[in-house]
Design a protein around this ligand. Sequence first.
Ligand code: CA
Length: 241
Amino acid sequence: MNKLQQVYEATDVGLVRQGNEDNLAVLPNVNVYAVADGMGGEAAGEVASQMLVDSVRQLLTGQAVVREADLCQAILLANRAIRQYVLENPGCEGMGTTATLLHIDEQSDHGSWAHVGDSRLYVLRRDSQILEQITQDHSYVEDLVRQGTITREEAQNHPQRNMLTRAVGAMENLQVDSGKLTVNAGDIFLLATDGLMKHVTDAAIVRLLRENHENPAKVLVNAALADGGTDNVTAVVVSLT
Ligand code: CA
């Protein structure tokens, strides 16, 4: 089945930060979408997330067939590039980025994803009111939640909630999560950096995605800003019709 994809994107520096360390990639010719949330002092975070989206474009633009393994390769390519950059710029020690990638196969009923860090991929299925989180955060608080040490609500305001256990550029042997998913007309996919989830609840995201907006990604970003916009915030919405 051939599906029409409507893609919306938005990113904002927020109301507190000086620079926007988030980046996004939309590659309509291969139906690949990505968000990245950089970290590191000075401009290092911006460089890291830019290197991630550059690697995605370099490896996947013009590719006849995009497979799950190709998404992982793009992340690993960025991992090597960032580590090389740090070798050449020792002041940038500690720089890295999250990476959340989605590919929709237009000719079939499936897609694939690859992921490192605490940005997220969600799906809102046709006729559902439940936002399903596909990716798992690679963060210290997520580990504590899984161990049962703290609740999901406590994780929201935990002082170490920004501490990642995995990041692109942070380790030589980077383990990339990936998977396949079914894709149906009416599904809405959302890729977002944590600047959105810090401020907008799942229920509010569902409500805003179900409303008829010219740019739903921009509406989500604006909702985060309206709640304080303490972080950079980025959203890519892929709506299948
Ligand atoms: Ca962030």
